[in-house]
Design a protein around this ligand. Structure first.
Ligand code: ZN
Length: 198
């Protein structure tokens, strides 16, 4: 609520298009942390490491129907910031997931990035031939370049959320939804927990 009063435009942007703005705010926090770190005296920096993976998390939003849903979201809600309450009925094992990977062509040395395909269970599919547009290299021989950092790999878990049964009319079958959890949200709940997802 404080944030909403102080920066209404910032909050409006998150609510209308969280998929676009939340990563921007994450990046801004990383920048701010780095700035803070470099402003410190050398002896103050001892034992401190600026993090490159910080998340802007929103909670405690006003109880308005635009944000709070008592039923599972629909396709028209895609990209919007929502708050959904439910019971966790399943959790997958937590794992480290590769979001993108860099490769180097073994023939011409061209380096390129391949993003994991969310719709294909995050598989990383290399191109059928070298994507170097400057040469006519048609090589299909690539070697992966190992890179670290949150844009390459992150902690990952999926949970299945079911509508709270006590809120349903008698005889209604509860609907459920798979929710993707990343980084600090991984391993925070177990089956049977009643949770609120923002
Ligand atoms: Zn090549």
């Amino acid at each position: 609520m404080l944030l909403l009063e102080a920066f209404p435009k910032l909050c409006e942007a998150i609510l209308a298009n969280s998929a676009k703005y939340l990563p921007m705010y994450d990046a801004a926090l990383v920048q701010a942390a780095k700035k803070l770190y470099t402003s410190l005296e050398e002896e103050e920096q001892i034992n401190l490491v600026p993090k490159d993976n910080i998340h802007f998390r929103v909670m405690g939003l006003p109880q308005c129907p635009e944000v709070h849903r008592s039923t599972m979201p629909r396709l028209k809600d895609h990209g919007k910031f929502l708050c959904i309450q439910g019971t966790v009925i399943r959790t997958t094992q937590q794992r480290v997931l590769e979001y993108q990977k860099e490769f180097k062509c073994k023939k011409c040395g061209h380096e390129f990035l391949v993003k994991a395909d969310y719709d294909q269970y995050y598989t990383i599919k290399t191109p059928p031939q070298c994507p170097n547009s400057n040469t006519n290299c048609k090589s299909t021989n690539y070697e992966p370049i190992e890179k670290l950092g949150p844009t390459y790999r992150r902690d990952y878990q999926e949970i299945k959320l079911q509508e709270p049964v006590h809120k349903l009319a008698v005889g209604t079958v509860p609907t459920s939804l798979w929710v993707t959890l990343e980084d600090d949200l991984v391993d925070q709940c177990k089956p049977g927990d009643d949770i609120t997802v923002w």
